[in-house]
Ligand binder design. Structure first.
Ligand code: GDP
Ligand code: IMO
Ligand code: MG
Length: 423
């Protein structure tokens, strides 16, 4: 397969980083196309753990080009810190490229993210406070600072001045916050611009040429389908398009150049941040899953909310992403639970539906309709072949395939790149 999109099929943190690192071993290029350092992608290789936020999860392979596409928003300070941390572990960053059209997260975006959350009350989103939403707001409002402006000193000075004049008014007059000083911000950020400029180019050309040359290109999704600005649980979503359709815009390539879409899911459901979650568990099983699965955010360290698998959500992901295959991670986490529940439909106002509702108020009233399946006690972490999995695990996988109408091609039995079985 020449070009494949990888997307999160739930609320993010499905183990995309692990799968992308595995696929990167056969990829010539890994491309991020949306989101920013709100993402936290974990790769475990040779017992070493890497938490990647903006750098694509192909960076550990020396022959894999890593591209940050036009749809990504970049915090230059954090990107440089991440690059330095990776370089200090002996990994080269020479193959990293950043698109000139990416938008730059400035300190006022971070300040505004926190300030707007502080006044939202009940409608607080629980953002990562990385400035993602405010940066995308400026992009859509057409006032943002793009990487091509950022690395052009005269343009950066002009745009920073214009933006700061308005943002400081909003920060002080609307929210009663502290204004930012132009000279200070300029002095700090112009240095970041200098450090990043050598990585900046038109990555849409590189991606197109790689695909045309029949190279293997993997598109690394961030966040998850249910966090999509249009298709997720709005307004409890992120500000970009994690669905597969977002990749074409965020990488600058046409849909005819994509050969397949792999959805990554967990064998259960998690969510960080606020918003409805019908299968959420508040009991000791939820706690068991959180502890066994180490369900704590890779970006913010927050405890993830945990719950039973919800195939209404995954079926929705199959539809809106056009998934051609699924990877199911973290089956090992469920070992020891006697009976597993899977939500296969919602009861809403006395009616049963298998469709994920468009309206959040309707979704908030959804009661899960469960099917019970036998669990397994076996430790799965040392299993190396799909055939060797216990029958109840295989039944669980087949149940997912039947409910979601999509083939499962890979299953995860541990965090390491070796703990992945092909079906
Ligand atoms: P991402 O954002 O989708 O890349 O996922 P995260 O890295 O935020 O969260 C997934 C977590 O699960 C990470 O700690 C991974 O190391 C871990 N993980 C991935 N696959 C498996 C698996 O099959 N089993 C176990 N136990 N952990 C896994
Ligand atoms: P990866 O790529 C899980 C959630 C936040 C919050 C909402 C909006 O690691 O799967 P934002 O800071 O984006 O404005 O926050 O989206 N969120 C994620 N949840 N995994 C992620 O990324 C996430 N990125 C954002 O918790 O609920
Ligand atoms: Mg994550």
């Amino acid at each position: 397969m020449a070009s494949r999109i990888i997307v999160g099929a739930q609320w993010g943190d499905e183990g995309k980083g692990k799968v992308i690192d595995i696929l990167a071993s056969q990829s010539d290029m890994v491309v991020r196309s949306q989101g920013g350092n709100n993402a936290g992608h974990t790769v475990v290789a040779d017992h070493e753990e890497y938490k990647l936020h903006m750098v694509p999860s192909g960076i550990l392979y020396k022959d894999c080009d890593c591209v940050i596409g036009s749809g990504v928003v970049i915090d230059p300070k954090e990107l440089i810190a991440e690059m330095d941390a990776i370089a200090s572990r002996g990994v080269s960053l020479d193959r990293l490229k950043i698109d000139a059209r990416t938008h730059v997260i400035m300190p006022y975006h971070i300040a505004l993210d926190a300030l707007s959350e502080s006044v939202r009350g009940d409608m607080k989103i629980g953002t990562t406070k990385k400035g993602i939403g405010p940066c995308y707001m400026d992009k859509v409002e057409r006032s943002g600072i793009r990487m091509c402006d950022f690395t052009d000193d005269a343009e950066f000075r002009k745009k920073l001045k214009e933006n700061l004049a308005i943002k400081n008014k909003i920060i002080t007059n609307v929210y009663g916050g502290e204004p930012l000083d132009y000279e200070k911000v300029y002095a700090e950020y112009s240095e970041y611009a200098r450090l990043l400029s050598r990585y900046v180019c038109d990555t849409s050309v590189l991606i197109y040429e790689a695909i045309k040359a029949d190279k293997n290109v993997t598109f690394e999704g961030a966040q998850g389908t249910l966090l999509d600005i249009d298709f997720g649980t709005y307004p409890f979503v992120t500000s970009s398009h994690p669905v597969s359709g977002g990749v074409c815009i965020g990488a600058g390539i046409g849909p005819t150049l994509i050969d397949g879409v792999l959805g990554i899911m967990k064998a259960y459901t998690t969510r960080v941040g606020l918003g409805p979650f019908p299968t959420e568990l508040f009991d000791e099983t939820g706690e068991f899953i959180r502890n066994r699965g180490a369900e704590f955010g890779a970006t913010t360290g927050r405890a993830r909310r945990t719950g039973w698998l919800d195939t209404v959500i995954v079926s929705f992901s199959v539809r809106v992403n056009g998934l051609t295959e699924l990877a199911v991670n973290k089956l090992d986490t469920l070992s020891g639970i006697k009976t597993l529940k899977v939500c296969t439909a919602y009861e809403i106002d006395g009616r049963v539906t298998k469709h994920f509702p468009a309206d959040l108020k309707t979704f908030s009233r959804a009661k899960p309709v469960y099917t019970e399946l036998p669990g397994w006690d076996d430790d799965l972490t040392g299993i190396t072949k799909y055939e060797d999995l216990p029958l109840s695990v295989k039944n669980y996988i087949e149940f997912i395939e039947n409910e979601c109408g999509c083939r499962v091609s890979m299953v995860g039995v541990g965090p390491d790149r070796t703990q992945n079985l092909y079906k």
